[in-house]
Design a protein around this ligand. Structure first.
Ligand code: B12
Length: 211
């Protein structure tokens, strides 16, 4: 039986090898993917966030923990899909044009996936056209935009306008987030929702697809 506390610790310590090994062992021992995600992996990333905020962790630690989380998610993703849990919805997510920050976006993507969404992750520095084309081609009803730079917040506005110009604005819900983004800014650019962190993003996404 895998010691699941080791999964928590491996992510906290940014140890991708151990994180994947414990995940494999846990799955072989009959653990449920969602139990690993919500019980150990997300709490570990939450702790990483807290350590980062109080400056006990810096960017390298953040990146390593993100990588460890990813190494476990790669093993769990096919199982989540296989379990045939009907996806709650399909979401296209990306960091907007001009912005290369993707740690927070990756966390949100992981949490949405863990929360039952089918996630199409376009990565970072994504142009409005690519958001629009992907949402159209994949018939996604939800689009999630991340920005970490005050200068790239405007790309969120441009992306929402691109949906409008493509005549698709009433077919998709757009949620926005990232450290400099506020509810006030979200309202100003006509986004459908904003949340401050990855766990609240899942609840918001659920509300938006249900609306
Ligand atoms: C890591 C980092 C980098 C890394 C990014 C690596 C990567 N792969 O992401 C590197 C070194 C590449 C980098 C580069 C730069 N950076 Co930088 N970076 C940071 C740093 C230290 C941490 C960001 C982070 O990952 N936070 C942790 C994550 C978990 O938090 P988060 O992103 O906010 O995400 C959470 C929420 O916001 C929310 N969320 C995020 N996205 C979304 C999306 C949706 C839809 C929702 C609902 C929620 C949501 O949920 C997440 C989880 O809870 C910040 C400082 C800081 N304290 O924030 C500066 C910071 C963002 N960077 C900054 C700057 C200036 C730069 C550079 C311009 C530096 C330079 N001169 O080259 C370049 C820009 C490159 C570019 N074009 O993007 C400034 C931005 C200032 C500003 N107001 O515009 C900051 C604030 C540092 C500072 N204090 O000056 N950076």
């Amino acid at each position: 039986m895998a010691d699941l506390k080791k999964l928590y610790e491996a992510i906290l310590n940014g140890d991708a090898k151990t994180s994947a090994a414990v995940t494999r062992e846990a799955l072989a021992g009959g653990s449920e993917p969602m139990e690993l995600i919500t019980g150990y992996m997300i709490p570990a990333m939450n702790e990483v966030g807290k350590l980062f905020e109080c400056e006990d962790y810096f960017v390298p630690e953040l990146l390593l923990s993100g990588r460890a989380m990813k190494s476990s998610m790669e093993l769990l993703r096919p199982l989540l899909a296989q379990q045939g849990v009907e996806p709650v919805g399909r979401v296209v997510i990306g960091t907007v044009k001009g912005d290369l920050h993707d740690i927070g976006k990756n966390l949100v993507a992981c949490m949405l996936e863990g929360g039952g969404f089918e996630v199409i992750d376009l990565g970072a520095d994504v142009s409005p056209e690519v958001f629009v084309e992907t949402a159209r081609a994949r018939n996604a009803k939800l689009v999630a935009l991340s920005a970490l730079l005050t200068v790239t917040m405007n790309s969120m506005r441009t992306t929402i306008q691109a949906f409008q110009n493509a005549g698709m604005r009433d077919q998709v819900k757009v949620m926005v987030g990232g450290a400099p983004v506020t509810q006030q800014f979200a309202d100003e650019i006509g986004a459908d929702g904003f949340s401050e962190n990855a766990s609240a993003a899942v609840a918001l996404a659920r509300r938006l697809v249900a609306a």
